[in-house]
Write a protein that binds this ligand. Sequence first.
Ligand SMILES: Nc1nc2c(ncn2[C@@H]2O[C@H](COP(=O)(O)OP(=O)(O)OP(=O)(O)O)[C@@H](O)[C@H]2O)c(=O)[nH]1
Ligand SMILES: [Mg+2]
Length: 297
Amino acid sequence: MTQFETRSGFVSIVGRPNVGKSTLVNAMVGEKIAITSPRPQTTRNTIRGVLTLPDRGSQMVLVDTPGIHKPQTALGDRLNRLVYGSLAEADCVLFVLDATQPIGPGDKLIAERLLQAGTPVVVALNKVDRAKREHIGDHLRIAGEWDFDAYVPISALKRDGIEIVIEEVDSRLKAGPFFFPEDAVTDQPDSLLVAELIREKYLSRLHEELPHSLAVMVTEMEQKGNGVLHISATAYVERDSQKGMVIGKGGTMVRDVGKAARYDLERLFGSKVFLDLNVKVEKDWQRTDEMLDRLGF
Ligand SMILES: Nc1nc2c(ncn2[C@@H]2O[C@H](COP(=O)(O)OP(=O)(O)OP(=O)(O)O)[C@@H](O)[C@H]2O)c(=O)[nH]1
Ligand SMILES: [Mg+2]
């Protein structure tokens, strides 16, 4: 009989859009591997973060997922399916609630799904740094009725309560092998991380519905002889009218985004970066399956 000396497991991070799932994953692995923004539906892929605890002989693979919401487009529909799919292979679920918002039908729907799935669930009540004490109490009482395995009030942003969440999840991992090297923090290919970072810079600068119409694809990454990392990327929008906004007056938006992205990329890769950023119109890409495939959804 084979006996593992280590423990491991896949942990799905689920919750409504904007509750702080990606911020929590970053806080748990201790590095920024998932982009975050004040806008709902920031995360579009399941992004895996890896946390190894050598002292405890355990490794958890944290699967950050898009927020679960009422789908209105083919993209929205795929995102929801992606999340529910990730539940099937999870050994433990981290269900994130937002303490600054009332518990709503969206949270209840997810809770029901989780109760049906029967996987161990740790509830993280996030953003307590901005919530009133009595609201935190109300949330814990209401969510407590679901009777999940553990409830932890946290602030992912301020990194309060993160150790407790890690302990609660860790204590539910079963004997199993390490899936990644001990020092890994993510399994994302560099090209995806780069595309996401560029999209993040746009998200914080664009307004209203435009962010949902934006996708970024890296077309080339090459380390040149002079030590400069050349990156070519294309930002896709859905309509001609949006192209102007993404380029900005006299190209100011592309320049600003490029500069901010380059700053992060140079720190990430520890090398000088040349970033060639293009903008293209791809009509209704959110609704076309072919484009969704090409963008890796
Ligand atoms: N005050 C406060 N804000 C937080 C906290 N955690 C996250 N936020 C903010 O909430 C917003 C959403 O955070 P994300 O981590 O992108 O949320 P998400 O759940 O991954 O969102 P989607 O990917 O869109 O589903 C960002 O502006 C974060 O800075 C927290 O503990 N306290
Ligand atoms: Mg996210």
